[in-house]
Ligand binder design. Structure first.
Ligand SMILES: NC(=O)c1ccc[n+]([C@@H]2O[C@H](COP(=O)([O-])OP(=O)(O)OC[C@H]3O[C@@H](n4cnc5c(N)ncnc54)[C@H](OP(=O)(O)O)[C@@H]3O)[C@@H](O)[C@H]2O)c1
Length: 279
């Protein structure tokens, strides 16, 4: 299936949807990622903290698809925010995946209480100059974190990957990213398979458009100019999740989905200002 692309602020293109790999592991995981590649996924999202970098690299090799066709993303763990640790961690991840460069590398969480994220960002700017990374971005960054790294380096992230789903709509963050020319990626775009898939508003739209509830939610992201990275280990779901580009929700329908937002809608209550990453 042909997937549309979005233009990043550094001139590179990124597929408009990708595959999340959180909790995809082991030999079975390689097969699940391979099936996704065969169905057309090219953006693969992993992280050092998911313990899936190795199998993503192996699936890429086994697929026979040229490396240049992929858009591989991984993320920096919180324990490596010091400048030299960041550079080492990038190179360790490349070795683990058997790759010579990443298409996109993200700071996984800002960890503002430690306050080392500007140092990590400077190391990523350096790694980009060295050719280890094509595009550099962040994850779970709030406006004040974005402003700080931009002020200190003059370099604007290409992507900010944040939690977005119908219970956590993130209109304010979406606009903050857009103002800076940053593409918003949605993690847990389906609410991690939560009750959002069973909301009556979503089910009614699924019936109207002859699509599944997941496809309605993924199309909602796409029409908001958000790039979703749904995780699925099911062949049927993986295929379904790519098939979202042949229908269009109305503005009213987009707003109806927005209205599902909850005040405490975050899946695990992870506030980027407070969250201390596991490491
Ligand atoms: N940057 C960060 O801090 C951060 C945090 C969390 C996640 N992430 C990234 O975001 C990715 C996605 O988030 P996520 O894995 O938390 O949650 P998600 O993609 O919102 O949801 C995954 C769940 O939805 C189910 N699902 C997938 N497609 C479906 C379909 N068509 N119909 C019904 N159910 C479906 C999956 O089950 P099946 O496997 O059975 O299909 C799985 O249980 C992660 O894998 C990871 O790469 C990043």
């Amino acid at each position: 299936m042909k997937i549309p692309s979005l233009l990043l602020n550094d001139g590179h293109y990124i597929p408009a949807i990708g595959l999340g790999t959180y909790q995809i592991r082991g030999g079975q995981g390689i097969d699940q990622i391979l099936s996704a590649i065969q169905d057309g996924y090219r953006l693969l999202d992993t992280s050092t903290n998911y313990d899936s970098e190795g199998i993503v690299g192996e699936a890429i090799r086994r697929s026979g698809v040229p490396r240049a066709e992929f858009f591989v993303t991984t993320k920096l763990p919180g324990k490596y925010h010091h400048f030299n640790d960041t550079l080492d961690s990038i190179q360790e991840s490349l070795c683990r995946m058997g790759l010579t460069y990443f298409d996109l590398y993200l700071i996984h969480w800002p960890l503002p209480k430690r306050g080392l994220y500007p140092e990590a960002w400077k190391a990523m700017v350096e790694a980009q100059k060295l050719g280890l990374i094509r595009s550099i971005g962040v994850s779970n960054f709030e406006p004040q974190h974005l402003n700080r790294i931009i002020k200190e380096t003059g370099v604007v992230p290409a992507v900010n990957q944040i939690e977005v789903h119908p219970y956590w709509v993130q209109e304010r963050m979406l606009q903050a990213n857009q103002k800076l020319g940053i593409i918003t990626e949605a993690w847990s775009p389906l609410g991690r398979g939560s009750a959002a898939l069973n909301e009556q508003i979503i089910i009614d739209l699924a019936e109207k458009y002859q699509k599944s509830p997941a496809q309605i939610i993924l199309r909602w992201h796409n029409q908001r100019s958000i790039l979703p990275i749904p995780k699925s280990s099911s062949l049927i779901h993986q295929r379904q999740n790519l098939d979202i580009f042949d229908f269009k929700l109305t503005n009213d329908e987009l707003l109806k989905i927005n209205s599902l937002e909850k005040a405490d809608g975050r899946i695990d209550g992870q506030d980027p200002n407070e969250y201390e990453e596991f490491n």
